[in-house]
Design a protein around this ligand. Structure first.
Ligand SMILES: [Zn+2]
Length: 425
């Protein structure tokens, strides 16, 4: 048999072994074609086909029969994780390779394990901790700060394929496949001693949805707690929130109307423990006030801005542009203590009991991180708005909405730039 044929056999049996090893990846594996060309070189995936080089396949298979399966798994995971740019900077390329290799080392299946696992995992875990989360952007920035010899060393440890031949094709298909892998791992993988947890953590980051925070604000502040059957305006945040709050009824947005005679009240709680948050907080308040005014809910209505770290520091009522200007011009983040979300809820509940609020419609909590959540569901709608959370995973109670915004989106301003991310529940 000629050498290309032999290499082809090796690649094809690697495909079967990969499916055997990781059943939850079968559909993804079968969505990639393979081909074998003459000569030597690293494999590369153009988006739909992984091309191997015959001489390299024969040699590396002789040295370690798992290496070809590992290469294929590496290329496929890049696609699952949405790594499809052919012209990354070198540190992003390395960051992507580290994520993929780390996932494979954690999975550690019979046909994909290759020597050097402990060393690779040690390097990754150290850098992930430094970066704050296993995300390409954070990791790439961390990698950039390391010395040149370390970069070269890490490249030798993690690089297995040629990223320059990539083409960003079938992006929607791979996004769907990636969500399907998440669902399968969650639903079917049992007792794996945490081996899939790295994959899941990285997939959750990959599948965070982009979300327009301005449209979120509009919906949150104009919505009536009415329900209807139609799901034509499907919105995952409000849909799941409605399900958790009102049983089997999804929430919908109201028309922009105000019930005549009612006074609407909103609370924006600001977590003041984050010292760098002043700019984003002010922008968020301005945006919220804009919506408050434009949508008509602002007439005779009150917007309370409550500053809190581990206790309530101030409560300002904003009814006019002038109130807002005064508030933000003298705005300083008070406190600086730890974060506890509960005092705001206690304070607001007390005000409701005392008649301080007549028709509190909702509370938005603007924060940059972790805090203690109240254990009981309050009588009003609640949303936690996380700013620059570095892909943290939040244990938001099921009765609250959550949305992630980034400083750069807030600070850019202007229409159409207000994207944010939503954690996939
Ligand atoms: Zn790679």
């Amino acid at each position: 048999m000629d050498r290309i044929e032999t290499a082809r056999d090796i690649v094809s049996s690697s495909t079967s072994r990969l499916c055997l090893d990781m059943r939850f990846l079968t559909r993804a594996v079968l969505s990639l074609k393979t081909t074998v060309v003459e000569g030597e070189g690293m494999p590369g995936c153009d988006g739909s086909t992984v091309a191997f080089h015959a001489e390299t396949v024969l040699r590396s298979f002789r040295e370690d029969p798992n290496s070809v399966t590992r290469d294929l798994a590496h290329c496929m995971l890049h696609r699952i994780l949405g790594h499809d740019s052919p012209d990354n900077c070198p540190s992003s390329d390395l960051a992507e390779d580290m994520l993929v290799e780390y996932v494979l080392d954690c999975l550690d299946t019979p046909h994909t394990s290759v020597p050097g696992r402990e060393d690779r995992m040690f390097v990754c875990e150290r850098l992930f901790a430094k970066a704050g989360a296993p995300a390409v952007d954070l990791l790439s920035a961390t990698v950039e700060g390391t010395s040149k010899w370390q970069l070269d060393l890490h490249r030798r440890m993690f690089v297995r394929d040629d990223h320059s031949v990539r083409r960003p094709v079938d992006v929607a298909l791979w996004s769907e496949l990636s969500q399907q892998v998440m669902a399968e791992v969650e639903g079917f993988v049992r007792d794996d001693d945490g081996r899939t947890s790295a994959l899941m953590r990285i997939l959750r980051i990959r599948n965070r949805r982009r979300y327009d925070y301005r449209s979120f604000l509009r919906k949150f502040m104009t919505r009536r707690t009415t329900v209807r059957e139609s799901q034509t305006e499907f919105d995952p945040i409000f849909y799941t929130y409605g399900l958790s709050r009102y049983g089997n009824l999804p929430l919908i947005d109201s028309l922009e109307q105000s019930d005549s005679g009612t006074v609407d009240e909103f609370v924006i709680a600001v977590d003041t423990s984050g010292s760098t948050m002043r700019g984003p907080v002010v922008r968020f308040l301005e945006e919220a006030f804009d919506v408050f005014r434009q949508t008509g809910v602002g007439r005779d209505s009150n917007l309370h801005v409550i500053q809190c770290d581990d206790m309530v520091r101030s409560d300002d009522v904003v009814r006019s542009e002038g109130d807002l200007r005064r508030l933000v011009s003298g705005f300083e983040l008070k406190g600086g203590g730890g974060t506890d979300f509960r005092p705001v809820f206690d304070y607001v509940d007390r005000l409701i009991d005392e008649g301080g609020f007549r028709n509190l419609r909702g509370l938005m909590y603007f924060t940059d991180g972790y805090g203690t959540y109240p254990s009981r569901r309050p009588a009003y709608d609640v949303a936690f708005v996380f700013c620059d959370d570095r892909y943290a995973e939040h244990d938001v109670p099921p009765w609250a909405m959550r949305i992630v915004v980034r400083t750069e989106d807030l600070m850019q301003g202007g229409e159409g730039s207000g994207s944010a991310e939503q954690d996939v529940p």
